[in-house]
Design a binder for this molecule. Sequence first.
Ligand code: BTN
Length: 325
Amino acid sequence: MKVTAESPSQLDLFWKELKKGGFISGEGLSKKLGLSKVAIWKGMKKLTELGYEIETRKGKGYRLVREPNLPYPWKVRDLLRAKVVGRRILFFSEVDSTQRVLRDLAMKGEEEGTVVMAKKQRKGRGRLDRVWISTEKDLKLSILLRPETVHPTRLGLLSLIGGLAVSRCVKEAKMKWPNDVLIGGRKVAGILVEASAEADRFNYVILGIGVNVNSTKEDLRGVKDAISMYEMAGEEMDMAEVASSILSNLDDLYLKLVEGRWEEMLKEIKERLDTLGKDVLIKGIGEEFRGKAVDLDDRGFLLVRVGDEIKSIMAGDVIHLRASP
Ligand code: BTN
């Protein structure tokens, strides 16, 4: 069965009531929320379909027994501290790609801030037409942004703030230009930005974030140099908490970006950017060369010293060779 869940919705209210603990009567709930008893019953049924264990007892009502560890929109919203990101949150039990779902919405005029998440993603997309593999224990997020004040040449900065938003959740996390988040040199998250733009302005940007959250070593077998938050911390993470932290961080960074508060944002990115100071192999579009990554400019381009020349790289793959003195 494929279920979708959305926030804000009535389910936010049901969930909040159930979270208080103990039994809540259908009658009391229907009075409190101004809904029919049938509507309450349907809501509880929907929550059950979504994996909630709810005890129903005659004369007593409903009681929450167990919550699934999934980033359901009402829980993410409850923890979220954001102005733009997460204004609307959609959760699908299964999609081909959250990027595709959100792109279709964007083309129909969806407002910025909408987030699409999924329990299962069949055809996750990575950068450069790669496949993004994830399990139901990992986060798959796509966020719709319409940064009117940002010039399309600064698209790279959107990828970098996505990486920084994830990095802020893990003290030890480092970023690898342009789009990876690493823990101990292994990839814990990847960012994919897809945009539609005219010469001097964006129509929309879809920021895709894939995070290995609760995947085990076994789940990640076959994915080269990958690590999960679970593997690092040695304990299961709450998916909604991780999602809301990432989205709250992203909102903070996005506001800095659109309001032109570049300095602090760039400083923080550079502090996390493991690529800086490293000897690198750049595999760009139609070119490949070695050099030393020396800086990042205010468009998010990587500055690489090759002999006496400084090359600025807009996109491509970077391989860290070794730290050089
Ligand atoms: C990469 O490292 O190549 C980027 C991976 C991005 C994966 C995320 S998961 C959510 C969103 N939906 C997709 O199909 N891809 C992105």
